[in-house]
Write a protein of this length. Structure first.
Length: 183
């Protein structure tokens, strides 16, 4: 099978359901951003500090592929018998957040992203996750999307924020808090 099909050369692409849409369609933006998120999450997973979390990070990447497939399905993704994102998947993220937060100092200020390349990659990934969430919400306003997908992306961005803090802690990097301008 060749990687190129030439069927998209005119700015259209196929959905899993068989329909064709513009490559600028909000659905394509949404699942394309989920794909971008997945790629950056792979970069986060590859950081030495995350070797102990490789299993969970790979599982999250698998869920992102599921989300991408659901979004790419077009109309009636349930009919296609695709894997689904479940409440248990959200609960798994919440449990991981709770464990990491129990080992971190309480958050009292906004944190400036950075301090170490691994931490910065994680913050970039968090921002992409937030963008994916916004795009899925925009898609939902035009075509219904299962609420669990928005919830999962929302919780994933929370997980990534706490992960960045945990990585800073494990790397011995001091978090830089935002102080704002004094009036």
């Amino acid at each position: 099978m060749k990687i190129y099909t030439k069927t998209g050369d005119q700015g259209q692409t196929s959905l899993l359901s068989g329909g064709r849409v513009s490559k600028s369609d909000i659905r394509i933006e949404a699942y394309g951003t989920v794909d971008e998120l997945n790629s950056y999450l792979g970069l986060v997973r590859d950081q030495e500090v995350n070797k102990v979390r490789t299993g969970l990070l790979e599982e999250i990447q698998e869920k992102l592929f599921v989300i991408g497939a659901i979004l790419a399905a077009g109309k009636d993704p349930e009919r296609m018998k695709l894997p689904q994102v479940l409440n248990e998947d959200v609960e798994k993220l919440e449990a991981a957040i709770d464990i990491m937060e129990a080992e971190l100092p309480p958050l009292k200020n906004f944190i400036l992203p950075g301090g170490h390349p691994s931490v910065s990659y994680t913050h970039i990934t968090r921002c992409i996750c937030r963008r994916a969430e916004r795009l899925v919400i925009a898609l939902h306003e035009q075509h219904p999307v299962n609420d669990i997908i928005v919830i999962y992306l929302n919780r994933l961005s929370d997980y990534l924020f706490v992960l960045a803090r945990k990585m800073s802690h494990e790397l011995g990097i001091e978090e830089h808090v935002w102080k704002g301008r004094k009036a």
